[in-house]
Structure formats: C-alpha cells, structure tokens
Unconditional design. Sequence first.
Length: 629
Amino acid sequence: MCGIAGMYAFNEEGKKAFNRLDASIHSMLHRGPDFQQVKQFDTCTLGHSRLSVIDLSQEASQPFTDASCRFTIVFNGEIFNFKTLRSGLESQGIRFRTNSDTEVLLQLYIQKGIDCIHELNGFFAFAIYDRKNNELIVVRDRYGIKPLYYIITSDGCFFASELRALIKMGIEKKIDRGALYLYFKLGYIPAPYSIFQNVFKLEPGNYIHITPAGYTKKQYYQIPYAPLRIDEKQDYNQACNTMYELISSAVKDRLVADVPVGAFLSGGIDSSVVVSAAARYHKGLHTFSIGYKDHPYFDETRYANLVAKKHGTIHEVFQLSMREMQESLHQVLHHIDEPFADSSAIPFQVLCRHVKKHVTVALSGDAGDELFGGYNKHAAEFQILQGGIKSKLVGVLTPLWALLPKSRESFLGNRIRQLHRYASALHFTPEERYINWACIGSDEFVNSLLSIQETEKEGFNIFLKNYTSHFSKSHTINDILLADMKLVLPGDMLYKVDSISMMHALEVRVPLLDYRVVNFAFSLPDAFKIDQHRRKKILIDAFRKDLPEELLNRPKKGFELPLRDLLMKEWPELQELVDNDFIIEQGIFDLQRVKTSISKLFSNNPEDAHFEVWAILVFQQWYKQYINV
C-alpha cells in the first residue's frame, strides 16, 4: 500500500514540470512513510512513497525497473495470487531478484502485455513505463479500491494517488460547478469527476494507454450481470456452500503479509463473517472495535464481543469519547484533499489511528451491503416491489410523517424520517427511486444553496441516471445492487476507507471484493439475498454455524456517529467557516440558505440539517486550505 505519481511529457513544456514530482511524492508521505523515490527518464518521470507490507527489503522498493532497464513500474496495492503467478513465470524460465508482488506484476506485464490484468486477484493502481517504445500504461483495479487521479493537457499526462499530489504538480485549480452540484447531492464526487475542471478520477476497471501521439482510455472489466440469464431454480444450499468456500478463500489469500495483520470487527454481519473466516487461518488474530461510551444508541460493541469470544480473537475495544470525536472531526477536516461529506470518516479515523499501533494490515467487511442487499433502501425497495397494505398505509399517512419531528440520532426520530422518505418514493419510477435513495442532499437544499444554471445541472442529472441504464423491465433488487457497486461503493465507501486508513499508513484489505465473490454474487437471484423478513440471506446462512445466534436477526446499524451533537458542541470553533462576509466574498453559496441549515441544526426538528451543515463545513475547510491560500 503506497502512494504513486508520475508525469508523461508530450513536449518540452511538459518536461518543465518534472522537477515538481519530488514535492508531489512528499505530500503523500502519510501513505508510504518507509521509502520515497523518484526516477526520471527522457519523456517520463515516476515517483513512489512506500508502505512496506510484502518483501520489506530495499531491493523491492519502487520505482522498480526490470533487469533490461526497459520497463519501470510504480504500484499501489497488493496482488494476492502473486505466488501462483510467480510459479508460472518461473516455469517459463523467468528469474526473480525479490520476493515482492511488484516484481511479479512487472514480469507478468512484460510477458503478456495489458492482458495480464485479467489474471490479477487484488486491488491496485499502477503505472508501467516502456522506455523502448516510449509508452505509459496507467491502470485502476476492478472496483475502485485504490484511487487514481489524472489530468491530460496539451503538454502531457499527470497522475497521482491523491488530489493533493496533483496540486503539487502545478495543475490549474478551477472548481467544477457541476461536480460541486454532485457533491451536495451525494455527499461525495463520483468518478470520473473531481472537484476541479479537467481533473478526473480513472473509473474502476479502466486503464489509460499513453504514447507520443496521445492517449486512449479503455474498460477491461465490468461486473458480469445478465438478469434474464439468472437461474431462479438454483439450489440454495449449494449456493451457500459455494459462497462459504469463495469468501473463505478470499480471506485466506488476504492474510499474506510480512507485517502484523488484524481485522476490523464492528459487530455487523459483514465484518463478523470476515473475522470468522480469518480466525480459522490466523491463530491469535487481533480484532478491533470502536464503541460510543456516551451514546449507547450508536454502540455495537456487545455484538463484536460475542464474535471475538466465539472465535478466540485478541480483541481490543476503543471507547470513543466526545473529546476524541471532537479532535478527530478537525483532523479529518484538515486531511481531506477533496470535498467528502461522509461523517463516518470521523470515527473511522479514530479506529484506524488506534489499530495502526498494533498492526499494519487490517481486513474489513466492506461491500457486503452492496453485494447482498443490506441497506435500509434495499429493504424499502423490496417492500415497494411487493406492494400490499403496509406500503399503502405508509403512503396514506404522508401528511403525518411530514409534520412529525425527524432526526437520525434517536430511534423514533430516525424511524419517522425513514417512513417519510419511503412514502415520498412510492410514486417514483424505479429509476427515480434509486436516484432518490442515493442522494442525501434534497433538491430544495442543493438548488437553493447553489446558483447553478439548469443546463449545467441537466448534464449531471443525466450522468446520475446512467447508473440506472441497466435496470430491467421486470426490475429486481440486483439492479439496485449493481448501481450501488458502480456509484456508492467506489465514490463513498472505498474512498473513505482508502483516504482515512492511509492517513495513518494502515493498509485495509477487502475480501468481499475478491472478483470471484463478486462475480458469483451477481449470478444469484434476488430471493437468495433478501425477502420479507431478512437481508443478506445467503451471507448469513452460508456462515450461520460460525456466527453467534444473537447476530443472525439483529437490526441493521451503520457505522454512524452522533454528528448533530458533535457539531453543536464544536460550533464555537467551526462557525468561522460559515462567516457571513467570507461566504459573500466566495460567491458560491446562498447565504440565507446556509443560515437556514444552521437554524435547523439547532432546532427541535433537525431532519437532515446535520448533513447539510457538515457538507458545507467540509467544503469551506477544503476551500480555505486549497483555494483561498
């Protein structure tokens, strides 16, 4: 796990930026504190900031060049089947001078070219420069676990693991107002967009091929999903057995490291499944949970303790105090290099900081909700598709839900909020419903906050609708899950995991995103994943014997925090970010709408005001740090 950056010059003007790559790599020191190096060629320069995980020797450091001095690689990530790939290459007479997966990846590319991507089981962003042919290939993994930003100008191509590293290369910092619109709708900016015009994120499962003549971008992978071909009569028990074996194998593969390995254990189904598998192969496994001492509504440590006890792990529970959350809030605000308003980054930052004291690698249960239908919106969509008297009754009571106080920070207030949102979605088409489920910022909030032309918004609304273009006429929950895999997972969940864990040089591995698990999951019918009473059916049933009974039917709880309470306590320190004169000077926000959100935050009916205010604060801190400097 590392940070990578590089430049490919189309002309002499492009080469003038080469001397900025040292600063670019240094800006990612948190990602790779073990070794930093830049290697320059005639038309290309590559840099690497290393976190040593496999083969800790100096010989495995990067940029790594093959014996012929023709090919050089910079690589962020891990290839979990590298030992198998290495054996195959050795049988062909290839000799290795390190024990790293980096060298295996480079040799595989030398032998097979870009087609080698299809043989990789792992997560990665890498670039390989062919000195002889003067060409550069830049690749991102199948699901977007590892980040990659890039910009291509008339002078050259510039890429990096983080936006801050591109900024150090001297790129133009012009805010993309359409991307800003997406940010306040979703809480994040999905690929291919970034907050800056002409700066892009390489989409998952894509690569860029750069030559003196220009560049081409190609997709090499997409999730195999053909709803009409799904066999509804598959044997459920056999599917459970297959899922058990695939996930167990994926977890075992991700325990390989030359540094200490542990696992996050939230008390939810996904992390519990990963821990149950890991504990079979890794005796004395360290597991880690975070609790909310002062906010029992958000605390799940009881369930995590049950799993840890069942599997005999060495379990650490970090009780998160309000003071620690306050400190983390400011640390997250100052670390983020692109506006990102998922507030679960705050407790996750505390967790990663504590975990790093014990291990360098941690397994996580991310992607279980997207693969197996674990979110509330999946249950809501299932209920709408089923129809019945319950749905009708919720719809009839819409005026009541609208009047009652709503808040995410209590059971009753959150339930009313969910019922109101459910009732509002009843009259939408499936495509409209999905966009509604995906968006956190309401149309009223975003449209009144930002002065964006309708023509600008139209293009980005069409962009969002493209995520529902695969919806079948019969419309299934799998349609929703595939959209989440393409939009929410890489744009929100995986971005958070990478950016916050690498803030502490902690490598997080995601077994449920082994491509064999994903491909199999999307070959299964809806009925294997969700029904009237249960979500994640096949995941629970496959691992039923490995999970405590108390977990099997427990309600869904996300990795949340008491954000409203936190913002109110920190308001004296935060309110300078929404200073009236500064907002007027910016010319981005409607001042009155900012004041409305703040008033709602402190009212008895906050609804989603905490998200609105948090999203504004995140942007303002980012703006002061990267624009108003």
